[in-house]
Design a protein around this ligand. Sequence first.
Ligand code: AMP
Length: 178
Amino acid sequence: LADLDAARKTVEALIRDVHDYPQEGIVFKDLTPVLAAPEALEQGVQAIIDPYRDAAIDRVVGIEARGFLFAVPAALELGAGFVPARKPGKLPHETVSVSYALEYGTGSLEMHVDAIEKGQRVLIVDDLLATGGTADAARQLVIAAGAEVVGFSFLVELDFLAGRRRLDGARIESLVHF
Ligand code: AMP
């Protein structure tokens, strides 16, 4: 990526704050204006991929649903395969599942049992890192498959929610920080 700062500015300018969505008190970072603008989309995708170009990635795991939007182009450009991590009941074949605590209640993520092979090098991609619960669940799925989590890549990171701390010690790359 020729100019990371320029990419950051282009993307950040198009992120829309939606207050009290999906519930009161939450400021939702709406990335659809980024997706809709060709230059921002290109730069955002490149920024997610760039740190891992020489990392010999075998599989990119994308987290449902907005993570898919960035994980598939990342996989294509890294010459890797794409693997979906999905909400319960969405994957047709046999799955492995991990439950994790949400702000209210619990969530689960599932992956096909045969989607990743032992020893493969895996990049985990999502649109946004908040508390890190979702990303941590994806990491556990990859580890359960006997594979290696090389790192995480996000378009946006909400620093004040300390997701980075929850993913303790992992390599984490994010283009835009709030
Ligand atoms: P967390 O597990 O808390 O890190 O939440 C991360 C997941 O929730 C990601 O898949 C995000 O897409 C979504 N998310 C959490 N908080 C926000 C927010 N403020 N704006 C947009 N998406 C969010």
